[in-house]
Design a binder for this molecule. Structure first.
Ligand code: F6P
Length: 377
């Protein structure tokens, strides 16, 4: 039989195969179109340690999805726990009003790691449950707002075939691939205010004040708030400290008629004392080695609670809106990020398992050193 298009000689079987292929292709395109035309359902969860700005991000995602794209939003409760137990709530625009300035997360959070296995024989396969519930909820995408642990899980789910978009959040600012995470600015403001307040009481009593700040294994909060509030010594995990260098520096300040000193330490620095906080350890050590009167403060969860700073509200809103634009253009398996003040999308595969730490030659470290700040080395 002669082909009408190219004139070549085709057998009947060739023609049947070709027609079938065309039919299957057309059907898949029609199904794809139908899927993209029906209302998209976006799941959203918040996981890991909370931080100021999460609700602003939820609002950014939700309002953009509803107003700009006419999508539907499904809020998943308590991080990945909600996906495992199928606990969720449909979110209307009304639910997203009045949350911009609220601390915490209206969805709740948890540190659930669904890919972590116990090795037990009849262990429930949590990723399987997540996939089942993703399908039962009719989700077209799951937005995962979180720090390093969450983004790693998000990447693994994306490898399992789920449509995932990540949004980086943490006070620690240690997510690889983005210049900044929301939560960090608020935490630095709180920490800097706390250090400011230590100055006057330290001066009255002529004491050494050690203040311990959060940040997990990264020193970003200690570095920024230490510089912002005039810390004399700043200790971060990325720069190993020598106790003798610190004490020599503090004694030198006394000799120079500087009656008090502020020592800002990140929680992740080396702590040889497993029983006490590193602030307590250093405070005792300084007194022991110098005879100077020392007190310690562990600022703790104050840094994570309360209303987000305006900068964090703006950043979280930008991330939320950009995440929905990514969903609309079907850029799944990526995380929104900020680089040179521009929103970009970074593959979760590049982010997962990495940390953004302070480099030893970080410009702020160098500047502070040049102004006499001691980094303990
Ligand atoms: O990641 C944020 C953070 O606050 C860290 O700075 C801190 O080490 C950790 O979380 C505390 O975790 P949790 O809330 O589980 O005590």
């Amino acid at each position: 039989m002669l082909c009408k298009v190219c004139g070549s000689n085709w057998s009947r079987i060739d023609i049947i195969i070709k027609e079938k292929a065309i039919f299957v292709y057309t059907l898949s395109k029609v199904l794809e179109m139908a899927k993209s035309m029906r209302t998209q359902r976006i799941g959203i969860l918040t996981a890991g340690g909370d931080c100021p700005g999460i609700n602003a991000a939820i609002r950014g995602v939700g309002k953009t999805a509803i107003v700009k794209y006419g999508m539907k939003i499904v809020g998943i409760s308590d991080g990945f726990t909600g996906m495992i137990n199928k606990e969720y709530k449909e979110l209307s625009e009304h639910d997203l009003s009045g949350i911009l300035t609220l601390g915490g997360t209206i969805l709740g959070t948890s540190r659930e790691k669904p890919f972590k296995t116990t090795g037990k024989k009849n262990e429930i396969k949590k990723p399987v449950l997540i996939r089942e519930h993703y399908e039962q909820l009719g989700l077209d995408c799951l937005v995962c707002i979180g720090g390093n642990g969450t983004l790693k899980t998000a990447h693994l789910l994306s490898q399992e075939g789920l449509n995932i978009v990540g949004i980086p959040k943490t006070i620690d600012n240690d997510v690889w691939g983005t210049d900044i995470t929301f939560g960090f600015d608020s935490a630095v403001n709180i920490a800097a205010e706390a250090i400011d307040r230590l100055h006057s009481t330290a001066n009255s009593h002529k004491r050494i004040m050690v203040i311990e700040l959060m940040g997990h294994n990264a020193g970003w909060i200690a570095l920024y708030s230490g510089i912002a509030a005039g810390g004399d010594v700043i200790l971060i995990p990325e720069i190993p400290y020598d106790e003798k260098k610190i004490t020599a520096y503090l004694l030198q300040r006394m000799e120079e008629n500087k009656p008090y000193s502020i020592v800002v330490v990140a929680e992740g620095i080396k702590n040889p004392d497993k029983e006490r906080s590193v602030a307590q350890y250093l405070s005792r050590k300084i007194t022991e080695l110098t005879g100077l009167e020392t007190r310690e403060t562990v600022l703790g969860y104050i840094q994570r609670g309360g209303t987000p700073s305006p900068m964090d509200r703006v950043l979280a809103t930008r991330y939320g809106a950009a995440a929905v634009d990514m969903i609309a253009s079907r850029e799944f398996g990526n995380m929104v990020a900020l680089r040179d003040d521009k929103i970009v999308s970074v593959p979760l595969a590049e982010v997962a398992g990495k940390l953004k730490l302070v480099e030893q030659d970080n410009a702020l470290v160098v500047q502070a050193r040049n102004m006499g700040t001691c980094f303990g080395n």
